[in-house]
Design a binder for this molecule. Structure first.
Ligand code: SF4
Ligand code: SF4
Length: 286
């Protein structure tokens, strides 16, 4: 089962919810939970969960390299590439690694086998644990413009048997789509501010397009007016989690402390989530 925690914008408390949910479920269920930190431009789940790291590896992707001696400049590779990552000229073939999605199509289509695949470094993947909770994060190499290939690699580290929680990157663009792929349920985290509502609407469009069941969690829920809740009611979007706007929560967060470790009284806010999500997922499968 894969459950994604996403938000239309940064700073809504998505990582707070993802880390506390992972901590709470592994404590309650006594089963292995895997938290994938797919916010690879700035992974920060580890700051709150403080895992013991036990492995680290370079993540790479294959990109084409052209042997011009074998190339006939037929243009089949550039015709095929949907991303403009390879361009056939009259007497040269140019590769733009920063645009390449490593699909391997150009290598397959080349009639003279002039293309070989070489490794390009994407970043680093680290694996660590805290009790029954495994934490896997990707850290995008500085200067690397595309995060989806690294997000894919991070997700490959988990197995089907695991209960997987994905901390998605913020926003609604390609990295989020990549992180959401394969999810059985999405919890959209927002806050009751005009920006929070605006970005929630965009995120709702994305998960509806992807046809993934979802619900909303509101962080700092005692702030603002009722516009967010009114929107959810109009759109029939369930609100399954609320975390109040409290000074002590903000202080714990700023000090890198896990909310539920410091204030176990908030466990009641997270307690109903598991049975709700399970029910929704099984009703979608039937
Ligand atoms: S498909 Fe192969 S032979 Fe044709 S232009 Fe590309 S690299 Fe050269
Ligand atoms: S591997 Fe795919 S994305 Fe990259 S250049 Fe070849 S066809 Fe384009």
């Amino acid at each position: 089962m894969q459950i994604a925690i996403a938000s239309g914008k940064g700073g809504t408390g998505k990582t707070t919810i993802a880390t506390n949910l992972a901590y709470f479920w592994q404590k309650q269920m006594k089963k292995k939970i895997v938290l994938l930190d797919c916010d690879v431009e700035e992974p920060n789940c580890h700051l709150f969960l403080k895992p013991t790291w036990h492995s680290s590896q370079k993540a790479t992707a294959k990109i084409p390299s052209i042997n011009l001696e074998q190339c006939t400049y037929c243009g089949k590779c550039s015709d095929l590439c949907q991303f403009g990552a390879i361009s056939c000229l009259k007497d040269n073939v140019l590769v733009f690694p920063e645009l390449c999605h490593s699909c391997g199509g150009c290598t397959l289509v080349c009639p003279t086998k002039a293309i070989i695949e070489v490794e390009k470094e994407l970043g680093e993947i680290k694996i660590g644990a805290q009790d029954n909770l495994q934490i896997i994060h990707g850290y995008l190499k500085i200067g690397e413009p595309m995060s989806p290939p690294l997000i894919r690699k991070v997700k490959e580290q988990a197995t089907q048997e695991d209960l997987i929680i994905v901390d998605c990157p913020p926003g609604t663009s390609c990295p989020v789509i990549e992180a959401l792929k394969g999810s059985d349920f999405v919890l959209l985290i927002t806050e009751p501010t005009p920006f929070g509502l605006h970005d929630l609407k965009l995120a709702v469009e994305v998960v509806r397009d992807l046809k993934i069941p979802f619900a909303v969690g509101i962080n700092r829920s005692t702030l603002g007016n009722s516009a967010l809740k009114d929107y959810c009611a109009r759109e029939n979007i369930p609100i399954i989690l609320e975390i109040p706007h409290e000074r002590n929560i903000a202080i714990a967060y700023s000090e890198g402390e896990l909310l539920l470790k410091k204030f176990p009284q908030y466990e009641k806010n997270f307690a109903p989530l598991w049975s709700y999500i399970q029910e929704v997922i099984s009703s979608c499968k039937n």
